[in-house]
Design a protein around this ligand. Structure first.
Ligand SMILES: [Zn+2]
Length: 260
């Protein structure tokens, strides 16, 4: 399969990167990403994924745009206040790259829908700030053999990791990293503790890059991915570190074999 002339031109700057081939670009175009959350992390992640040519992106979010979102949720404008986030974000991404298939679901991901939406070999970008949704995504990704790319940000700091426990039984999952987080846990929310916009821009951009790495796995065109690794960024100290996530033998999620 060869890329069209339009695609060769549009993606020219990334196609000339060391190790990048037309086959890799085609794999990005063939990928299907579920982006859960079109907020501070989801907005830049979505725009960069669309710009890079991730061919099919489904965006889910049950919220509407508020003026307090605009310090960081850069796919929205003042004219979008009051509009549903998922469809509005999807429209912004389509304007960037009209050739892609970008689908919007203006609802939160819940128990009823998760097993219909998450399927094998999908990459799920978890850009929510809700513990219950993160737990749900982790379980579904493990059960169905999907990859979970997790990111979070608050105040001046952010974090990102990937989990492939549903594809590789040696690998840890989100619950191995945060065993105390359950569906009823409360994660500090930006509305309560604050958030500096560029922090979400940075972590959201890293999220798009990690999704691209996972699309091209096992080729490491953009470096090694963060499977089983947690990258932490402290914006006050300009400090970034990556730590290994150990698999917990008693993990209630990934100690059992995936059901797919
Ligand atoms: Zn686990």
């Amino acid at each position: 399969m060869t890329l069209s002339d339009d695609d060769l031109y549009r993606y020219a700057r990334q196609l000339i990167l060391n190790g990048m081939t037309e086959t890799h670009q085609q794999r990005l175009l063939d990928a299907h990403i579920l982006l859960v959350g079109a907020g501070g992390l989801g907005a830049p992640a979505l725009l960069y994924m669309a710009a890079a040519g991730i061919g099919h992106i489904t965006v889910m979010d049950g919220d509407v745009v508020d003026a307090t979102n605009l310090n960081r949720q850069i796919c929205f404008t003042a004219e979008d206040i009051g509009k549903p986030k998922a469809s509005t974000a999807a429209e912004a991404a389509r304007k960037c790259n009209p050739a892609l298939t970008i689908t919007a679901i203006d609802e939160w991901l819940d128990h009823d829908a998760v097993d219909q939406i998450i399927s094998k070999d999908m990459i799920v970008a978890d850009a929510t700030d809700q513990a219950a949704t993160r737990v749900l995504i982790n379980q579904a990704c493990h059960d169905h053999g999907a990859v979970m790319v997790f990111a979070g940000a608050s105040r001046f700091e952010g974090q990102i990791a990937s989990f492939r426990s549903g594809l590789d039984t040696e690998m840890p999952c989100f619950s191995c990293l945060f065993p105390d987080i359950s569906g009823t846990s409360q994660i500090p929310r930006c509305s309560e503790v604050g958030i500096l916009g560029p922090i979400t821009g940075m972590i959201g951009s890293l999220m798009a890059m990690e999704v691209m790495r996972q699309c091209l796995w096992p080729d490491q065109v953009f470096g090694r991915n963060l499977s089983g690794q947690l990258m932490l960024y402290d914006g006050l100290d300009h400090h970034m570190q990556t730590i290994t996530v150990n698999k917990r033998p008693d993990c209630p999620v990934c100690s059992s074999r995936p059901s797919h």
